[in-house]
Design a protein. Structure first.
Lengths: 651, 317
């Protein structure tokens, strides 16, 4: 097999297809370089020119590698690896010598496909992968069939892949899933977006511009009302005047819930966010995966969430949280920077002086937010050094973080223990899939206040200004939708349906294909009737399934090898003879076709034409050397039409 | 050394019978092992699977399994590419030493599948590659250079395919009872010996050259000056002028009258003379130590003379 032009075009197409999805995260110059190299290769093949000089290629290669080093400052890690792989594959195209080089490129293309899954594993990526595979296979087949045209090769590739699908499905379902990772992963393996453990003015607002899905929730039983859907994330204690942070918990004491009631169970499928906290409704009491309950009721996973995970949580909707808060934690809940926001401190002290108890202070504050002419907006004005003062008394325009932050500041200044809680609020119900979708735009911040006999109680100052935010979502609470991400705006019904359909499919895809891990595998196999699943059992089933499918395929593939023993010509002729025999003219054993026909023609002049015609066709097909398909079909037709009419009454 | 072991192993592991008639390639005759590329691809798949496990790439699993299954299925394709082929050996034309012997095999493909890229080769890597269309018989010839006169055996030939992806090597051995007669290599052109001393005639050649008796089709080895260029110009094909020799002026090619040179050289010289005399239309006889062929000028006579020379000093088998 030689390196023909169609083969080289095929290889160019392969490399182009596998590297194209990388274009949006490769440095621009790499994409440009690859395009130039591929174009160059196609051009010299088209013009029939020799490949470039070896030294020149070496020079280009060294230059490229050096440039990559300069761009990334390292040669290790995922991004650099992918970039190097793509560049070297493109360069290899320019020095093809033997068929082996082509094989290497084919293998490389298969490998580069998989690197794209670091960045995206969506349905469209999967479909694109299938398309790419067909092109790769068609090129690969070209290595072994030489002159075969593109169309039959594409057909062959398509058939090969189609036939491989059932077996690969079986492998996918039954192949034992090992909970990775097998070795330490470079941090950069995952893209991140989502809540952080810091909150400063503007941070939540920025997040609310993103449509990205944070997690999906399926409730067992009916869902609680929307205004109770507070998905608890990082709890922020420490304030430095502008930014709230988690700080360090001063105790290791596990949190306690008393007087619990109204439990609710649900399953969360959490998108990877590269942090270790998990989300749950206030207040979680049980979780299905190994996780730690932090002293402030935060759920912390043992490992960073680097892959989509699924967990079941039971939360108590009615509770008394940490009636006994340890002293060091209490100190944190009272602490605030005294050098900032003097006005706010003064107001808080007034409230303290005029109120009977802590509850009354909280009520006063909420009333203040409600009546004080505050506005809920995504585009608040910039705040100065005394951010709380500026917000409370000057601008009066803010997003949830402004309200939560100033509320907690006021509480602490008034001597009421309080803290900020961040997370998500609400969620969008997908009718088709029966689950809630929480997007980054649902990110929210609220406050918790500690009372002597009630423990930590949730207060949402945002709800005091814009109750719609909590009851109906962000778009209902904002007057002007334009700044919101497309999916968060109120939309027409059909658009919403379309969107839900699509998200429903995506969710199924995420659950069953991308999220098919050890647990899901066990659950699925148990549902399929497999009991106490062990590795041995999986292996036996896998082998049995494979043998069965391979057996079926063998029969299927080899069926066309069967030689057709029946001779169509002979069969048709025998049928004709049978018709004549029924009419009373059996063929004598010694008679040849023509003799037989002549004999009948003499006895029955009315059949003469037909019989002689059929016999002639038969003899020419059977003994002549030109046996064409058309002739056979014509013979079969004539035979079918042939009817032995009753003999004309003799006069 | 390694080659010898390889051969020994193959002789031990695979049947070594010589076939006659038609051979049908059934599952007992077709062997399959992964090719070197197949092993490399398996390694690539292994690395991919490790990546899938480590990075928990579900779509990666899908890709890996899809590729692995496809690769596995190509084993069936490789088998199918050879299965049920019917092979029988065809007629082999004699050749002169140094010319390639064309062993012809008729491959009948009774199925409705096209067979792609089948390689037929011998142990010395002489190879021919071919496709077999569906439902028809195709003659395939394998050219193996001849090195010495006498009978040349085709030896055991391998028939293999790497279709469709080159991951599997499916092969079979065919060893037919077929041999090619190899004539000695004609010596460089030399003048024919004087016509038989016994008859005392010396002018045979000259007169034989003058009496033009007609044209016949060109055969390999005919002398250039005898080609009828005019006939060629009239588009009658490549023809050779034939001259009749007069009766009784027969030429004897006599072994005993040859100069004292090595036996093989003598055979080569005689071969040259047989060819030349045949072309010139002389009636020539051959006198060898082991027999005498009376003077004649017919294609059959020429063939018999060359055969005697080819097999001189050898047993007839």
């Amino acid at each position: 097999m030689k390196l023909t032009a169609p083969l080289i075009y095929g290889l160019v197409a392969c490399i182009l297809l596998v590297s194209a999805p990388h274009a949006d995260h490769l440095p621009l110059w790499v994409s440009a370089m690859c395009a130039v190299l591929l174009g160059w290769r196609a051009f010299i093949t088209y013009r029939g020119r020799p490949q470039p000089n070896r030294w020149m290629l070496l020079l280009v290669t060294v230059a490229c590698v050096a440039a990559i080093g300069a761009t990334y400052h390292t040669f290790f890690g995922r991004d650099v690896g992918v970039t190097l792989l793509i560049l070297l594959a493109s360069l290899k195209l320019l020095e093809l010598k033997a068929v082996r080089d082509a094989t290497v490129l084919i293998y490389l293309s298969c490998f580069i496909i998989i690197t794209n899954f670091f960045y995206s594993q969506s349905i469209s990526t999967a479909l694109f992968m299938l398309f790419t595979l067909i092109v790769i296979m068609a090129t690969w087949v070209n290595l072994q069939t030489g002159t075969l045209a593109l169309k039959p090769r594409l057909r062959m590739a398509g058939i090969l892949l189609l036939q491989a699908i059932p077996l690969s499905l079986l492998l996918f379902v039954l192949f034992p899933r090992i909970q990775g990772p097998l070795w330490g992963m470079p941090q950069d393996a995952y893209a991140t977006s989502g809540l952080s453990d810091k909150m400063s003015p503007g941070s939540m607002g920025k997040l609310s511009l993103s449509d990205a899905v944070a997690f999906r929730v399926t409730f067992q039983g009916s869902a609680p009302p929307r205004d109770q859907l507070y998905w608890r994330g990082p709890v922020l204690w420490d304030f430095d005047g502008t930014t709230w942070t988690r700080g360090r918990n001063a105790t290791l004491q596990a949190p306690t819930l008393t007087d619990v009631a109204q439990p609710i169970s649900y399953t969360i499928t959490l998108e990877p966010h590269n942090k270790n906290w998990l989300f749950a409704l206030d207040m979680p009491s049980q979780i299905s995966i190994p996780a730690e309950f932090a002293p402030d009721f935060q759920l912390l996973s043992k490992d960073t969430v680097r892959a989509r995970i699924r967990y079941n949580v039971t939360s108590q909707r009615s509770y008394r949280a940490n009636l006994e808060e340890p002293m060091p934690q209490m100190v944190r809940a009272f602490n605030f920077p005294r050098e900032y926001n003097p006005l706010a401190q003064k107001v808080a002290q007034q409230w303290r002086a005029t109120s009977q108890n802590d509850e009354e202070i909280v009520r006063t504050a909420l009333t203040y937010f409600n009546r004080g002419g505050f506005e809920y907006t995504l585009e608040p004005p910039l705040l100065g050094k005394n951010s709380v003062d500026d917000f409370l008394f000057t601008t009066k325009k803010g997003f949830c973080e402004h309200y939560a932050s100033s509320f907690v500041f006021l509480m602490r200044a008034a001597g009421v223990p309080a803290r900020v809680v961040t997370g998500y609020q609400g969620g969008e119900f997908n009718d088709l899939g029966g689950y809630y979708i929480l997007r980054q735009s649902d990110a929210h911040a609220w406050a918790e206040v500690w009372f002597r006999n009630r423990g930590w109680v949730r207060f949402d100052p945002t709800a005091a200004i814009a109750p719609a935010r909590v009851e109906r979502g962000l778009s209902a609470a904002l007057n002007n939708n334009s700044a919101l991400p497309f999916l968060s705006r109120t939309q027409s019904t059909w658009l919403i349906n379309l969107r839900f359909n699509f998200d429903s499919i995506t969710n199924q895809w995420n659950q069953w294909v991308l999220g098919y891990d050890t647990e899901r595998q066990f659950a699925f196999l148990t549902r399929m009737g497999m009991e106490d699943i062990t590795w041995q059992k999986l292996a036996t089933n896998m082998l049995a399934g494979i043998s069965l499918l391979v057996g079926i395929f063998t029969l299927f593939l080899l069926r066309r090898l069967r030689i057709k023993t029946t001779d169509e010509v002979q069969k048709t002729w025998l049928k004709t003879c049978l018709k004549l025999e029924k009419a009373g003219f059996p063929r004598l054993p010694h008679e040849g076709g023509m003799d037989y026909a002549t004999r009948i023609a003499n006895v029955r002049p009315d059949l003469r034409h037909d019989v002689l015609d059929l016999a002639t066709r038969y003899t020419s097909l059977r003994y002549g050397n030109a046996s064409m398909k058309n002739d056979l079909a014509a013979f079969q037709n004539a035979s079918r039409r042939f009817k032995v009419r009753r003999a004309p009454t003799s006069q | 050394m390694l080659k010898r072991f390889k051969k020994l192993f193959r002789n031990w592991a695979f049947r070594r019978t010589v076939e006659t008639g038609t051979v049908v390639l059934n599952q007992r005759r077709i062997y399959i092992i992964p090719s070197r590329q197949g092993f490399v691809f398996a390694m690539v798949l292994g690395v991919m699977l490790l990546g899938d496990i480590n990075y928990n790439l579900s779509l990666g699993y899908v890709l890996t399994f899809l590729l692995a299954t496809t690769a596995g299925l190509t084993m069936l394709y490789a088998f199918r590419n050879l299965a049920q082929l019917e092979i029988h050996a065809g007629h082999v034309e004699p050749v002169f030493v140094g010319e390639p012997a064309n062993f012809v095999f008729h491959f009948n493909n009774p199925s409705s599948l096209i067979r792609y890229q089948i390689h037929l080769h011998d142990d010395a890597e002489h190879e021919t590659i071919f496709d077999l269309p569906a439902q028809c018989s195709t003659p395939i010839s394998l050219a193996i250079p001849s090195t010495q006169r006498g009978w040349m055996d085709s030896e055991r030939l391998s028939l293999y395919t790497h279709f469709p992806l080159g991951l599997f090597h499916a092969w079979t051995y065919i060893h037919f009872d077929v041999r090619c007669l190899v004539y000695p290599k004609p010596a460089i052109p030399q003048a024919l010996p004087e016509a038989s001393a016994q008859k005392g005639e010396g002018k045979t050649i000259a007169t034989g050259d003058e009496d033009f008796s007609g044209l016949r089709n060109y055969v390999a080895g005919d002398a250039m000056p005898r080609i009828a260029w005019k006939a060629l110009a009239r588009e009658q094909g490549l023809q050779v002028k034939q001259f009749s020799a007069q009766q009784g002026h027969s030429l004897w090619l006599d072994w005993t009258l040859l100069p004292n040179i090595a036996q093989e050289r003598k055979l080569e010289l005689l071969t040259r003379w047989v060819l030349d005399a045949d072309v010139q239309g002389l009636a020539y006889g051959l006198r060898l130590p082991d027999g005498v062929l009376e003077p004649q000028n017919t294609p059959a006579h020429r063939a018999e003379c060359l055969r005697r020379l080819a097999l001189f000093g050898m047993s007839e088998q």
